[in-house]
Design a protein around this ligand. Sequence first.
Ligand SMILES: C[S@@+](CC[C@H](N)C(=O)[O-])C[C@H]1O[C@@H](n2cnc3c(N)ncnc32)[C@H](O)[C@@H]1O
Length: 202
Amino acid sequence: MDPQKLSAFRAFYDDYYRERFEKDYQCTTIITPLIRKYRAPDSLIGDAGCGFPIVLNALFDSGFKNIFGQEISRTITDKTHRFPIYPVALPEIAKTGIDLLLTHNVLYHLSSAELLEFKKNLLESLSPSGYYMAICDRFDQKSIEFAGHPIYRWSIQEIDELLSPEFRLIERKELDVKCSAQCGIWARCQPLRQQESHRASC
Ligand SMILES: C[S@@+](CC[C@H](N)C(=O)[O-])C[C@H]1O[C@@H](n2cnc3c(N)ncnc32)[C@H](O)[C@@H]1O
């Protein structure tokens, strides 16, 4: 190969694989232990917008076998994986039974109205003591749109405001490796008996 072409390819793939390894590293050494802190390995764990299921693969390898993904891309759902990956909306997958649902670099595709719709789906699908975990992309990326639509750079605080009062933030963590910047974990609040349905105990 021509030396200039070789050097350009090496630079491209250096970055490409660095990002890939850093994502793997983050999943196995940060995200999986964080999930293990809150949920036992037999819990039902879902990854919405799992893509090439990097988080689920790390979870499976560390002993979580009761896991599933949800994806809109048929390239992903048509393939065989070690766990199911569904092409349908959350409430069609599980009614009230998910112990922890996570999204890894997905929320930036959602507007505030779509986030509220997502919250509705979460409330339908999570178990009463379920958790939601958001892992959000860092905010220093330059792009402001994706496939002709805006990118929404939600902070954990903004997500918290949208998930409130039905959810309570129980942990937030800065992730200082490339690709993802911060993570929040929310516990579902229990509705108080004999009070208005919009009130919840947290
Ligand atoms: C940036 S990728 C992240 C993929 C994966 N979670 C990861 O971090 O490697 C965003 C993913 O969200 C998925 N997605 C976007 N909108 C979605 C929706 N409404 N329902 C389910 N998945 C969605 C896309 O197909 C894509 O795989």
